[in-house]
Design a protein around this ligand. Structure first.
Ligand code: SF4
Length: 93
């Protein structure tokens, strides 16, 4: 739990000069500056569920899917739900 807390603090601090993906915008998401993804400081979750359909070594998995992705990977399984930067919000703590 301690490691998760440390990582959460580091991830939130990273929003002040966002470099979380390959676009490296450097915007301050904590101050409301929009980067290329248009995502704010709050995590936007459109799906959170236990999955049992993956490889045996990985199941059961608790999968959380975030919206606001600005990448358009050919192999994306969720498409519009992932790209919607205004999807449902789960307050990041
Ligand atoms: S696209 Fe979004 S997540 Fe990626 S660096 Fe820019 S603001 Fe950060």
């Amino acid at each position: 739990m301690q490691l998760a807390r440390v990582r959460a603090v580091a991830a939130r601090a990273g929003l002040a000069k966002c470099d979380l993906c390959g676009h490296h915008c450097g915007v301050n998401r904590l101050a409301g500056e929009p980067g290329r993804c248009q995502a704010g400081a709050d995590a936007r979750v459109f799906s959170a569920q236990v999955e049992v359909g993956d490889e045996l070594d990985l199941i059961p998995t608790y999968a959380i899917a975030l919206s606001g992705c600005d990448l358009r990977c050919d192999f994306c399984l969720t498409g519009e739900s992932s790209w919607n930067s205004q999807g449902p919000t789960a307050r990041a703590r």
